[in-house]
Design a protein. Structure first.
Ligand code: ATP
Length: 241
C-alpha cells in the first residue's frame, strides 16, 4: 500500500541523505527501518510525511505513493488526509495541556463531535493508563506515558498507516516492552505501521519485514524473523567483521 521507489533526498548541496531507497509497506503490515545514527531513517519518514525542513531538505529523485496516489512533494495536511500520520521523534506532546486536551488536538479530520468522542474512547481503550490520567497535564506524565500519548494523539487522526520515529528512545526496557505491545495492538486493529528504530531487538520482534539503512542506502532487507540474531545483521548493522 505504501510504495517508496528509488527515493533520493538531499539537504542543500552538500548532504545526500538518501540514495535510491525503495521500500514497501503492505496493507496491515508492520515494517521496520533500522540503522545507526545518521543512516537516513528520520529523513525517510520526513520525506513520506511531507515534513522535510523547508528550503533545505528536498526530494531530488524517486517517488512515494500510497494506494497508487502520489504523496511525494505534497503538503503534510494532504498526506494526513490521505491516511498517513507521523509521530515524530522525541514525544512532542503539549506539556501544559491535559492528556485529554492533547488527544482533542490530534482529532484532525474527524467530521463532528460525536466521531471525535468515539475516536477518543477508542484510543483510551488501547491506552488505559492515559484514560486514568486524562485530566493530568502532559508534562507530569512519565517518559513512557508521554510516548504513549504522542502515539495516541497520532491515532486520533484515524490513520491507515502510522509512521513511528524511534518510539523506544530513552525509555526503560520495561517501558520499551509496553511500546512494542502497543505497536502490535495498532497493527491488530488494522493500521499499518512503518517503524523507525535503533533498538533492533524490539523492532524485529514486532515487525514482519525489516530494512537496514546505511549511509542513505538499503544495505539489507529481509523478513524480520530471519534477520533477528543473524550474522549478516550484526555485520551490516553493528559494523562487525
Ligand atoms: P538519527 O537516528 O540520528 O535521527 P537517522 O538515521 O534518522 O539518524 P537522519 O537524521 O535522517 O539520520 O540524517 C541523515 C543524514 O542527513 C545525516 O548525515 C544528517 O547529518 C543529515 N541531515 C539530517 N537533517 C539535516 C538537516 N536539516 N540539514 C542538513 N543535514 C541534515
Amino acid at each position: 500500500m505504501l510504495e517508496i521507489r528509488q527515493l533520493s533526498v538531499r539537504y542543500g548541496r552538500a548532504v545526500q541523505a538518501l540514495r535510491g531507497v525503495s521500500l514497501a509497506v503492505p496493507a496491515g503490515g508492520v515494517v521496520a527501518v533500522l540503522g545507526s545514527n545518521g543512516a537516513g531513517k528520520t529523513t525517510l519518514l520526513r520525506a513520506v510525511s511531507g515534513t522535510l525542513p523547508l528550503h533545505r531538505g528536498s526530494i531530488d529523485a524517486g517517488d512515494v505513493t500510497f494506494d497508487g496516489a502520489r504523496l511525494a512533494r505534497r503538503d503534510p495536511a494532504d498526506i494526513v488526509a490521505a491516511g498517513v500520520v507521523g509521530v515524530p521523534e522525541g514525544r512532542r506532546v503539549f506539556g501544559r495541556l491535559t492528556v485529554d486536551e492533547n488527544l482533542r488536538a490530534g482529532a484532525i479530520g474527524a467530521r463532528d463531535r460525536r466521531s471525535r468522542t468515539a475516536a477518543r474512547e477508542r484510543v483510551y481503550a488501547t491506552f488505559p493508563r492515559l484514560a486514568e490520567r486524562r485530566d493530568q497535564r502532559a508534562r507530569l506524565l512519565s517518559g513512557g506515558e508521554q510516548q504513549m500519548l504522542a502515539i495516541a494523539r497520532g491515532l486520533m487522526a484515524g490513520p491507515r498507516l502510522l509512521l513511528l520515529d524511534e518510539p523506544s528512545l530513552g525509555l526503560a526496557p520495561r517501558v520499551v516492552t509496553q511500546v512494542a505491545d502497543v505497536v502490535r495492538q495498532i497493527s491488530a486493529q488494522g493500521t499499518s505501521v512503518l517503524l523507525v528504530e535503533q533498538n533492533a531487538a524490539m523492532a524485529l520482534a514486532v515487525s514482519d519485514h525489516a530494512y537496514v539503512l546505511a549511509l542513505g542506502r538499503v544495505a539489507l532487507e529481509r523478513p524480520s524473523a530471519e534477520l533477528a540474531g543473524s550474522a549478516e545483521m550484526r555485520r551490516v548493522y553493528l559494523g562487525e567483521a
